[in-house]
Ligand binder design. Sequence first.
Ligand SMILES: C[S@@+](CC[C@H](N)C(=O)[O-])C[C@H]1O[C@@H](n2cnc3c(N)ncnc32)[C@H](O)[C@@H]1O
Ligand code: SF4
Length: 451
Amino acid sequence: MTHDPQLARLGLFDARVPRYTSYPTAPHFGASVDAGDFTSWIEAVPEGSQISLYVHVPFCRRLCWFCACRTQGTTSNDPVNAYVEMLLLELAMLARHLPRGVSLSRLHWGGGTPTLLDPERMTRLAEAIFRVAPMAAEGEFSVEIDPNEIDDPRLDALAAAGMNRASIGVQDFDPMIQKAIGREQSYELTRDVVERIRARGIASLNADILYGLPHQTGPRIADSVQKLLTLSPDRVALYGYAHVPWMSRRQQMIPSDTMPTPQERLDLFETARQLFLWDGYREIGIDHFARPEDRMARAHAAGRLRRNFQGYTDDTSPVLIGIGASSISRFPQGFAQNAAATAAHVKAIREGRFSVHKGHRFSGEDTLRARIIEALMCDFAVRREELLANYATTDARLDELFAAAQATFGEMVRVTDEGFFIPEKARPLTRMIARAFDAYDSAQARHSAAI
Ligand SMILES: C[S@@+](CC[C@H](N)C(=O)[O-])C[C@H]1O[C@@H](n2cnc3c(N)ncnc32)[C@H](O)[C@@H]1O
Ligand code: SF4
């Protein structure tokens, strides 16, 4: 496949460009937000409103070499069990501050590997959450499931607690690639877990796979995607493998010379993309695919797709509260992040304090720029009408912002009376174009990515 050489020139292959699951991005959070702000923001949640809740479990039975997530390996259940007790205390603290009548539009358990919890603890945790805030009608309760770390009693407990969407990690089915990334998981095991999830009436299934892995070639990724299609997931996240061994030390186990080149990465994405499209999936944003009847696909078609720390979502709640170590909460006032180190978070909660130690308070053009970046990441388009109706801005100011981005990206973007658009040929550049609206990103970093 040949690609426009402009793509490379404009910074397509720069691994430092954020994925914009928030704006500003977490590295720009500072000490101006503390536990006191977090408490008052919780207390300001409107009575009777719907919020989202994220529960982070930062433990795994084994540490896959490719994984860049913040998590710790443990062969013993003791740290996980102690962590669950801490989550119960944290929920009790949350209940003391949350106004009455709040319900959950979304509940997500992520990690790490939340399925390390034993069935009894899963049930206790879910019951404790629903005592703080019950699921709203039409609410979605999703759990990240490692197919290697799940069994029938756990699936029974999750189904009984109301899980209605499961997200499984696949990455790739090729045995050679699996060996190279330290994550062995047969197709048969994955298929078996999918069948057991569906047998419990959990209708909605998401699968994560990766492109850009060591030894990955066109035929190999095509084979993996075809195997995945036999499982008929409702949604697929096709993430670009981020090889950042200087940040994630276990990635040093993966020799850098086995990695595909940047051009090959683009081809791998395109091969997988075409297979999903041929099979009838809708393309969602930069890296998701969904069956047309899936909620995310319907939200996308209706212009209601949003982006949060878990990636794309059809959830429009203005408040997302994250519990557990390193979790980030979002409020109309700003972001608040819990202590990243599990020990520091646990200590604070045991002492009866929230562990929030940094964040960001929205000011100036933050929310306007956040919406522009979110709209580009979701729809490849920003409409002036929506911005003028919802933010304190003017047509002249939008002209300035759009012109500044166009100065870098030229005909790779389109500015009209209606708004700012990323044409199809430039979509691989979406994160780079979004960065042109990021006031916190340093000019130096932008310059180095643009040449
Ligand atoms: C936090 S993990 C949880 C999944 C679960 N523990 C499992 O292993 O199945 C969620 C997803 O992040 C993605 N991920 C992890 N490391 C990544 C990396 N270096 N680059 C891109 N995606 C990555 C993987 O696709 C993974 O399934
Ligand atoms: S991919 Fe999942 S199981 Fe593997 S280290 Fe990352 S979070 Fe843990």
